[in-house]
Write a protein that binds this ligand. Sequence first.
Ligand SMILES: O=c1ccn([C@@H]2O[C@H](COP(=O)(O)OP(=O)(O)O[C@H]3O[C@H](CO)[C@@H](O)[C@H](O)[C@H]3O)[C@@H](O)[C@H]2O)c(=O)[nH]1
Ligand SMILES: [Mn+2]
Length: 748
Amino acid sequence: MDNSLPLHLCHVHYFSIIINRSHAILHSIAIAFLIYYRVSFFFQEIKNRTVPTLPWLLIFASELILSFSWLLAQAYRWRTVSRTVFPERLPSDDKLPAIDVFICTADPNKEPTVEVMNTVISAMALDYPPEKLHVYLSDDGGSAVTLGGIKEAWIFARSWLPFCRMYGIKTRCPEAYFSGSQNNHGDFNCSKFMAERQKMEEKYEMFKERVRRVGEKHCKMAEAAAAINNRSDHPSVIEVIQEYPNRELQQDEVKMPLLVYVAREKRPSHHHNFKAGALNVLLRVSAMMSNSPYILVLDCDMYCNDPTSARQAMCYHCDPEISPSLAFVQFPQKFRNISKDDIYDSQIRSIFKIQWHGLDGLDGPVVSGTNFYIKREALLGSFSTQEGIDLSVLKRSFGESNEFIKTLCQHYNPTLLNGRESSSMLLEEVKVLASCSYENQTTWGTKVGIMYFCVVEDYFTGFTLHRNGWKSVYLDPPRPQFLGTCTSNFNELSIQWTRWTSGLVQVAISRFCPLIYGPLRMSLLQLMCYTELAFLPLLSSLPLWGFALIPQLCLLNGIPLYPEVSDPNFSIFLFIFISALSKHLYEILITGGQIRTWKNEWRIWMIKSVTCYSYGSLDAILNKLGLREASFVPTNKVTDGEQVKRYEMGIFDFQAATMYLAPLVTIILVNIASFVGGVVRIMVLDNGDHWKEMAVQIFLSFYILITNYAVIEGMIIRKDKAKISYSVTLLSAVFSGIILSVGSAILC
Ligand SMILES: O=c1ccn([C@@H]2O[C@H](COP(=O)(O)OP(=O)(O)O[C@H]3O[C@H](CO)[C@@H](O)[C@H](O)[C@H]3O)[C@@H](O)[C@H]2O)c(=O)[nH]1
Ligand SMILES: [Mn+2]
């Protein structure tokens, strides 16, 4: 390696910085004018006021909250960067550090085994020395189907890995490779390659067939055993799928990474802490078996799409200058099933294309659940330098296992895998580490490992790491390193976002609230970003409810809340509106989006704010009051053909729980009523004199209606299965009637 050449480069986006900062200044000035306009109302004498105080106050509160949220979000725009790496400059293979890959799965019914095994195989096929790669699959379902599946995966991988290595295959997830287009054939068109490929494909089909049969067999057995649900009640099962290297390799033998199946013990009496709990078990089990200094975490549906990600991440972890404070390298979540329209913003565009790049210019992105290479030491600490540290202190933190505590010392080398006798001892020890009572009276999940506090373990773990002074890096190379399946229907999306927002708000309203827990421990800008995320659900849902109801109720009752069109103050509102829309459009266009992306993002933001963000916030508040328990319902990865088709065609699928639809439809009905009512009122009652005063409110209703035209269509025009059902519309009509009458009585 030539030491003079850097392993990576960081590009600061100066142009964006100039635009962002100038825009932030202009927009702030406009907001200041708005506040002045609203506040001066309260200095008028009460008898001169033409508008009741309550609606004025409410709409002002909505404007303030939204402005505050906007202000926090400016931190992401302060210093945007992107990065390039040079993996070819890494030291030779024998000097590379080892990596453990953690893959989590929870339910073979929602997470098809073949898909999970594709992720496992793609991870085994990473372009990294196989003796330095160890793949662990955590099965929270404790399912025989998954165990059977992983054994089949091992067998298939024995032929698949050499094939990929030999022909330099880039797409090493077999399903993606065989279902892909011609460009997957690589540079090899020779007949030998084609014949090999054909053979591989047959083997892959056989593999799938065998996995399917394992599934069927298990299904029958479970039926026979009266379908005892042992998902939440079973002992731990840990199996090394192939012991390696427990003997000398034969010359022609394929070098394979270590593959381990781990189902931790589950008992109804013990809280299992969802994915965070599973990852902490893997942290302990892997410490005994391979104890690699770096860990790649993957969701079961996120396969490695480019085998070079490990080397790319090592360009940072192996750089002695930044490595000491670097906790993890995060890759974006990307999805293979994003449609052109992406009506639900399933790709979470702004997070992965804008916000994380912004954080990368500060102290680094938030842990994003999957696709990150994290340093074991960042999660567990390292105790080599602190000699004389009391063993009992370590035990209080890490639990009773002496063997595990040994692994925390630097330069510990797990040797237990060698030899049959020691390996059965090892399996006994790891069973203890995977038992559900192991963490009792320890600091697992509170101080060490992945954090338990909320269901967004990723956000909270990232927050804790940054608060402890660690940094992170965001790497978004042109070829997606990992590809997953996104939620592509409204119901799943709502479930997922309700879970996320509930977790985030849980942090926001706790003692870990970034505003209390963060200051002095991290930079102001980084803190603003963590605050923005934690409060996002509240800061979007509250004002959006305000904007969707207050001006409308006032419009129906002839109360103006905004300046007249001819009033100079009108331009403040006009400016803020146009400034917000055009800045958003600018951000989308420079990151490769299109105008329709812009339209879709506005719509889904409005929809999510009044549905899942609201429910998530409520859930967190009830949780805080002790009225509800946190839950982590994994998303369903089994796709329904019709739903997929609708998503691809950009048609909303309203086959969702009434709970998610009702607020949305109610708001639309209120807006239709106020728009029609407002216009009629002005035309008929006021002979058209008052339109100037009411113009903004009429426009607001109109804007909400055209943006959400899809909902109106689903309610009135569509006849298909996925339209909004009459019962939902009827229920919402009742709600909107109540809102209109009670609201008018209170407000006006
Ligand atoms: O009790 C559980 C629940 C889930 N999982 C696994 O966690 C992963 C993520 O679950 P998924 O249902 O796919 O949730 P998503 O909403 O897609 O996950 C996002 O949000 C989660 C936090 O809510 C993060 O953990 C994920 O990494 C992130 O991709 C999957 O591999 C699951 O198998 C478990 O291992 N145990
Ligand atoms: Mn997922």
